[in-house]
Design a protein around this ligand. Structure first.
Ligand code: DI6
Ligand code: FE
Length: 408
């Protein structure tokens, strides 16, 4: 019997990252494999020896390389204008991130630059950063708002994010981060701004379908636990999944709060205490590690990776691409940093940018694994072993990229 498919990839090994294979095999690896694509999905994957006969399909010789799922960057703020190189200089001169924010630098200076940019300039600057991610094999990216801080400003960022997904071969998931910082118009009135986020912005975001999730910056320089709770309550009432920037620079209890709301992910976690880890497990929350921000800020406090591992939590790794704390348009570098700085294994690191990142975006059933029925977002690498993806810096780039079964 022959099976009809669009393309058949042969002479490859597959790092499937599949949840079915990974418990028993590193990387869910399948040596000497065949992958068949049909209708934008993976129609068949397995060892060549057990592959069915495929009729009339394009044959692609992988020349002994490795196939992985497309990379998923599950935490970025890549739609913004300007840069923060001046803040960087001040920080090198000994000022803290918090001090610089209090002095009018920080997030609010990016808000100014973003508000001042034309739609075209904002799109083009953002597209350039996104293209850098795509070259590395990112096929799904999450993009947060948070540099508008008014409904119009936030909507514009989310519209640019949508336009990027239309213009470039990548799936874009959008997250509303209105509670990123208190805008100047609300200076000294954070609770009033949270009223505005909850009563005006969030209902409009939900009604206009502008975002897939809602995020907060739960931090001394951001918002208190009580303020974040209000945002989550409203988001939950509107049926929007939640995420949180939590325990990055201090412990406020944000991770437990995300767990209480059974959020998609709790991101950063350097100050997550041992007692709070089981809450993430109970709430089904994905811990997202962001080593780029840890590196750029010269932090020393490490996220509790051993404990996260002991509880079997599905750690994700993302670039956190943003102008202030992680000016880094490289998910592969984040994977390397997750190993070198945080002690992840290369396999955990790749899982963090595939299967577990999909979970952090609510896409676990369709993305992040080379598995039958999953989206045909695939990368072909000329490497001998998948450890090479996180081992070097700028040494490995995908030789071919498929998004939804289309070669790009
Ligand atoms: N994500 C954020 O939202 C803040 N830190 C982080 O890791 C800061 C973003 C910024 O400074 O622009
Ligand atoms: Fe962030």
């Amino acid at each position: 019997m022959t099976t009809s498919v669009n393309a058949v990839l042969t002479n490859v090994h597959v790092a499937s990252m599949s949840e079915e294979l990974r418990p028993s095999t590193h990387f869910g690896a399948i040596q000497d494999a065949v992958v068949a694509l049909a209708g934008g999905r993976i129609a068949w994957v397995g060892p060549r020896a057990s592959a069915p006969a495929f009729a009339d399909a394009e044959r692609i010789d992988g020349q002994g390389g490795w196939v992985t799922p497309g990379l998923i960057d599950c935490h970025t703020h890549l739609v913004y204008a300007g840069h923060r190189a001046r803040d960087f200089g001040r920080r090198l001169g000994g000022h803290s991130y918090e001090q610089i924010a209090a002095e009018g630098g920080g997030i609010l200076s990016t808000v100014r630059a973003t508000r001042d940019a034309t739609d075209e300039a904002l799109f083009e600057a953002s597209a350039e950063r996104l293209r850098a991610l795509l070259r590395e094999g990112v096929t799904t990216v999450e993009i947060k708002s948070g540099y508008g801080l008014s409904f119009e400003g936030e909507r514009r960022q989310l519209e640019v994010a949508r336009a990027l997904g239309k213009a470039l071969p990548v799936t874009v998931r959008r997250t509303f981060l209105g509670a990123h910082s208190v805008p100047l118009e609300f200076h000294g009135r954070a609770d009033d701004y949270i009223d505005c986020v909850c009563n005006q912005m969030l209902p409009a975001v939900a009604e206009q379908g502008l975002a897939d999730a809602v995020d907060v910056f739960c931090e001394g320089v951001g918002f208190s636990l009580a303020q974040c709770r209000r945002v989550f309550e409203r988001a939950a009432a509107l049926g929007l999944p939640i995420k949180g920037h939590v325990e990055q620079l201090s412990h406020l209890g944000g991770a437990r709060l995300v767990a209480e709301f059974e959020g998609l992910s709790a991101d950063h976690l350097e100050y997550l205490p041992a007692d709070d880890v089981p809450f993430l497990a109970d709430g089904g929350v994905v811990p997202v590690l962001l080593p780029g921000a840890f590196y750029h800020l010269g932090e020393t406090r490490l996220p509790p990776v051993r404990l996260l591992r002991r509880y079997g939590l599905p750690m994700a790794v993302a670039s956190d691409l943003n102008p202030g704390t992680s000016p880094m348009a490289s998910l592969l570098l984040a994977l390397n940093m997750a190993c070198v700085l945080f002690g992840l294994t290369p396999e955990e690191s790749l899982a963090g940018a595939t299967v577990n990142a999909a979970r952090a975006l609510g896409l676990a059933a369709s993305k992040g694994q080379v598995r039958k029925g999953y989206d045909a977002d695939l990368l072909l690498w000329k490497i001998d072993h998948p450890d090479q993806l996180s081992y070097g810096v700028n040494l490995a780039l995908p030789a071919r990229i498929w998004v939804g079964g289309q070669s790009v």
